[in-house]
Design a protein around this ligand. Structure first.
Ligand SMILES: [Fe+2]
Length: 299
């Protein structure tokens, strides 16, 4: 079929239910109404200094499996891990006993200052040694494997000597960490950086994948190239885009049944809207994993 690429893949069977990002505006409603969702993921930074939210979280954690996704444990910072922050995260984790713990391949702190962005790293041996050393520390303190997430990318480093998936694979081999594949990040980074997201999924170290993410993005004009192509920003502020659902189906075929999280962090909608996206992830995964009629996915 002209203009449509196809990929032969093996379709694994069985499914795993999707979960939802649990944000502060939904805490009381979730605690009071126990909606039908398999699990929730939290950002520990929202709870370490908020006793009321923490109390609600502990109530919710009695009824649902909880996954912990850190945004302030900066495994890529050259000046090391903030041990005080890591200790606060560990205290919460000890109390919650989460099913998964994860964070980003990025840096977001420098000389004690917390930056509001997840910033990129060059993919070379020096960075690999630094991040591996930090990951060993984090996993030792938290006493469990840490999942590392592929970032959303807007620029790269000319000094990189390996691809992102090669870097992630080597990180997993050296440290025993797992990987979190954010399918939306793969799609938008492919658009922004000019690579094929399907080839990225093909190359991703499937054996280390423990979780998937899906989140909404926003298209914006690139101020650096007025009138040029738009860039896609990882805003987590809207529904999942249709091309990402197709890439998700392809990803599920390649990786098999994998816990999948819907992330929605800005312009947070009514809980029902978020849970409808969770249900769609369940439907896409179930249809993909039970489809015995075709081993070829079109995009
Ligand atoms: Fe993510």
């Amino acid at each position: 079929m002209e203009g449509v690429a196809t990929h032969a893949v093996t379709a694994p069977r069985a499914t795993r239910p999707a979960g939802a990002g649990l944000r502060l505006p939904h805490l009381a409603q979730v605690a009071a109404t126990t909606p039908s969702v398999a699990w929730f993921e939290i950002h520990p930074e929202n709870f370490v200094a908020n006793p009321h939210a923490r109390e609600l979280l502990m109530t919710i954690a009695q009824r649902y499996p909880i996954s912990v996704h850190t945004v302030g444990v900066s495994i890529g910072s050259v000046d090391g891990i903030d041990q005080a922050h890591l200790a606060r995260v560990r205290e919460l984790i000890d109390e919650l006993d989460p099913v998964l713990v994860s964070g980003h391949l990025a840096w977001s702190t420098h000389q004690g200052a917390y930056l509001n962005d997840l910033l990129p790293l060059p993919y070379d041996d020096e960075t690999l040694q630094l991040v591996s050393s930090h990951l060993h520390q984090v996993q030792d303190v938290l006493r469990r494997p840490y999942l590392v997430e592929n970032p959303s990318s807007y620029l790269g480093f000319g000094m990189s000597t390996m691809t992102e998936v090669e870097f992630l694979g080597e990180l997993a081999r050296r440290t025993g960490c797992g990987l979190l594949c954010d399918v939306s990040n793969v799609f938008l980074s492919g658009h922004n950086m000019g690579y094929d997201p399907y080839r990225y999924i093909d190359a991703f170290p499937a054996g280390s994948v423990r979780e998937l993410h899906l989140g909404g993005f926003t298209a914006e004009d690139d101020e650096a190239t007025p009138g040029g192509a738009q860039i896609l920003i990882d805003t987590h502020g809207t529904v999942i885009a249709e091309p990402v659902w197709r890439l998700y189906a392809y990803t599920v075929r390649r990786f098999g049944a994998t816990p999948t999280l819907i992330e929605w962090d800005n312009d947070i909608p009514e809980l029902d809207t978020l849970l409808a996206e969770v249900q769609r992830a369940n439907t896409v995964a179930a249809e993909t994993l039970t489809d015995t009629t075709s081993d070829v996915v079109a995009r």
